[in-house]
Design a protein around this ligand. Structure first.
Ligand SMILES: *Cc1c(COP(=O)(O)O)cnc(C)c1O
Length: 396
């Protein structure tokens, strides 16, 4: 021990360090360091050339993001995925890292609202054009393809009508036309469907939703099967600064350990709630891909087996906004919030939230009325859920 009497206090603070121990923490440490010191210039060269593993600057990568990415890679059958600051950052990086002026995307016509806005408003300003088509209809997707089409972007199960994309047909179409296929797998999750293993080129997640699962982090994930494409996505994302925070990655990692349990419980609840709702006299129509009366039930069963997911939509028999508002106010224990994938059930009203930007005709064309709700079913006791929904429906 050095005698500190002649040193300034700040020097003493810097000098004191933890001793190396022989034991290790069982929980991942949070590493907030923005910079990493290398022992020599030769080592730094080796790091940049990819010959030595080591971090340099957190925007380019840090341990908490890398560990989270490897864990999601494992579930998705990917090798080199990247964690970004949000699901929208992942969508944006996949498109802007790989496409340029004059290119064209064919998107599913019920993509996440911000993905649609990105394609129509923002990418259009940079000369990337978009056409939309119904992904449950491969002929419609094919008809939308142009000579300059570079990418197809679809979600496997759409929001809020829970239509199912004909993934086998779309994979074959993308191969046939030499177009990249990107799949936003947020709703389905790798528990039910693994896009890369089924022939897609890129997989995208809003980690914010089911994977993290507790509505307390905003993060995204993207992986490309081809390393050169992954490198292009990585370089774009790091250049524009889509970096996630270590603390958020740590929280998402913690959520991941219970993801399969949560998903299993939530989809069991969803199936039971869908059946219960369909028997209720104030409910007009229930949409759940696991039910035989869903228009895409057979397609869903081929695609996801018995994993029909945690999302249920339903329409009141009195399909008006006034009736819907009475349900919201009559069920104060069901958070009325436009998110999904939380451990707790949440209720959203697409006509006033995710789809408010569409005209009434536009909503009608997608089958979204003023009396439609989308439920993200959580892991609560199903008896409690039925009581909460009964209270809301009684108020209608
Ligand atoms: C929420 C969501 C996104 C966007 O993710 P953020 O983490 O909110 O940026 C993208 N796609 C789908 C299907 C989503 O549900």
């Amino acid at each position: 021990m050095s005698d500190g009497r002649n040193e300034r206090p700040d020097t003493l603070v810097r000098r004191a360090a933890l001793r190396e121990g022989v034991s290790r923490p069982v929980v991942t440490p949070i590493q907030p360091s923005v910079v990493y010191a290398s022992p020599s210039i030769a080592t730094l060269h080796a790091q940049y050339e990819g010959e030595a593993h080591g971090y340099t600057y957190a925007r380019e990568g840090h341990p908490n993001a890398e560990l989270l990415a490897r864990k999601i890679d494992g579930m998705e059958g990917a090798e080199n995925g990247l964690i970004l600051g949000s699901g929208m950052a992942a969508v944006t990086a996949a498109i802007m890292g790989l496409l340029g002026q004059g290119d064209h995307i064919v998107g599913g016509n019920q993509l996440y609202g911000r993905s649609l806005r990105l394609m129509h408003q923002d990418l259009a300003r940079f000369g990337i054009a978009t056409s939309l088509a119904d992904p449950s209809d491969v002929a419609a997707m094919e008809a939308a393809i142009r000579p300059e089409t570079k990418m197809i972007l679809v979600e496997v199960i759409s929001n809020p009508t829970l239509r199912v994309a004909d993934m086998a047909g779309i994979v074959a179409l993308a191969r046939d036309k030499g177009v990249m296929l990107a799949v936003d797998n947020t709703f389905t999750t790798p528990f039910a469907y693994r896009p890369l293993e089924e022939g897609a080129d890129i997989v995208i997640h809003s980690v914010t939703k089911l994977l993290a699962g507790h509505s307390d982090v905003t993060l995204g994930y993207v992986a490309a099967r081809d390393p050169a494409r992954m490198r292009a996505i990585y370089d774009f994302a790091v250049t524009v600064g889509m970096t996630p925070a270590p603390q958020e990655c740590w929280l998402a990692e913690r959520g991941l350990y219970t993801f399969p349990l949560r998903f299993q419980q939530a989809q069991e609840n969803a199936a039971a709630l869908a059946d219960w709702l369909s028997d209720h006299p104030k409910v007009g129509r229930v949409l759940y891909p696991g039910r035989a009366d869903h228009p895409d039930h057979a397609l869903a069963a081929r695609l996801v087996g018995a994993n029909f997911g945690n999302m249920v939509s339903f329409e009141l028999a009195d399909a008006t906004e006034a009736a819907a508002d009475r349900l919201v106010q009559g069920a104060p224990d069901l958070p009325f919030a436009p998110t999904l994938g939380d451990v707790g059930t949440t209720l959203s009203h697409p006509a006033s939230s995710s789809h408010r930007g569409l005209s009434a005709e536009g909503r009608a064309a997608l089958g979204i009325s003023d009396g439609m709700f989308r439920v993200s079913v959580g892991i609560e006791d199903i008896g409690l859920l039925k009581r909460d929904f009964a209270a809301g429906l009684d108020a209608v």
